[in-house]
Write a protein that binds this ligand. Structure first.
Ligand SMILES: *[C@@H]1O[C@H](CO)[C@@H](O)[C@H](O)[C@H]1NC(C)=O
Ligand SMILES: *[C@@H]1O[C@H](CO)[C@@H](O)[C@H](O)[C@H]1NC(C)=O
Length: 307
């Protein structure tokens, strides 16, 4: 006989299995985008996953832009082009739709019956790049902004043009993209569509690292230069600031005219690891314990973060 503890373990395990037994949505490749030069780093077609809405959600659309950092030089863009973040040839066919993409009312009460789309990220520039030339030696394509437009055009043709409600969301590098493309997304839709944007974990701080170097700023300068991003950033920002500064929501967000929600901003371990204490600035890993638990941070570290 099972004792109570064993029974409990069994119950918990079956609940976990039930929870993970979610919805898997097939990938769609935007093959006609290749002719427009709207391609992943390796020249493969962009891709997305769409689960159609139903009932009261049939004319509402939730777009989620996938995240996954950036590539800021040829070396790490070449590494990336051999992964799912640089090539649709490496992407899985079916993606689990959970959380904000879930089709279960109890997990996702606001959007469960909307048309829900996950746009795959394979350009390394938060969907901002556009360089015509392709170096035959590397075969790298910097075309993130064209990917953005090609995928949106396909979704508009699939019914998004009739949207009553539309939300542009994204996480991390995709959260930044959802913010930077927020007004241009609004502009693609009819006047009558109610449009909002949600940037999740897409707020990156412009600050010096622990050694006093403007590490993240020079990193974004490299991204913008390599990918030719300048002309595809919000004009409300580039009219005032250098393009790299427009990768920082702290300078962009206030000028966005579409209602914008910012979630999980700034104060997290990613910012500590990559902005405040990148490897070059923290060779002995002094910041590691602070990254894992805020209680371990030195008051001076807290001060930098709060600054
Ligand atoms: C998803 O793709 C698989 C093959 O990869 C196919 O068997 C299945 O029918 C597809 N499902 C839908 C809903 O199109
Ligand atoms: C490319 O960028 C990475 C990350 O910023 C850096 O560590 C590396 O040294 C750079 N490589 C070259 C060749 O510039």
């Amino acid at each position: 006989m099972f004792n109570f503890k064993q029974w409990l373990i069994l119950l918990v395990c079956s609940l976990v299995i039930m929870n993970t037994e979610g919805l898997f949505v097939n990938i769609t490749f935007v093959r006609n985008a290749v002719a427009k030069g709207a391609v992943c780093l390796d020249g493969s077609p962009p891709a997305y996953h769409l689960d159609r809405g139903s009932g009261t959600g049939i004319n509402s659309w939730l777009i989620q832009l996938e995240g996954g950092g950036w590539c800021n030089n040829v070396t790490n863009c070449i590494s990336r082009m051999h992964t799912r973040l640089g090539s649709s040839k490496k992407m899985v066919e079916n993606l689990a739709f959970s959380a904000i993409l879930s089709n279960k009312k109890q997990y996702n009460p606001d959007f469960y019956n909307w048309n829900r789309v996950k746009v795959r990220y394979c350009d390394g520039s938060s969907f901002t790049g556009d360089v015509q030339a392709v170096n035959p030696a590397t075969n790298l394509h910097f075309r993130g902004a064209r990917v953005w437009l090609a995928v949106m055009q396909e979704l508009l043709a699939k019914g998004m043009i009739n949207a009553e409600n539309a939300v542009l969301s994204g996480c991390s590098a995709g959260g930044l993209a959802s913010l930077m493309h927020c007004d241009s997304f609004r502009a693609l839709l009819p006047m009558g569509t109610k449009v909002k944007c949600l940037s999740d974990a897409g707020f990156f701080l412009n600050t010096r690292d622990v050694s006093g170097v403007q590490y993240i700023k020079s990193y974004f300068e490299d991204v913008v230069t390599l990918h030719g991003s300048a002309k595809n950033l919000p004009r409300s920002c580039t009219s005032r600031l250098t393009p790299a500064m427009c990768f920082f929501p702290q300078y962009v967000a206030r000028q966005i005219r579409t209602p914008l929600f910012i979630l999980n901003a700034a104060y997290d371990s990613w910012q500590i690891k990559n902005i405040l204490a990148p490897r070059a600035a923290d060779p002995y890993g002094k910041w590691q314990s602070c990254q894992l638990d805020i209680k371990n941070c030195h008051p001076s570290q807290i001060k930098v973060m709060q600054g």
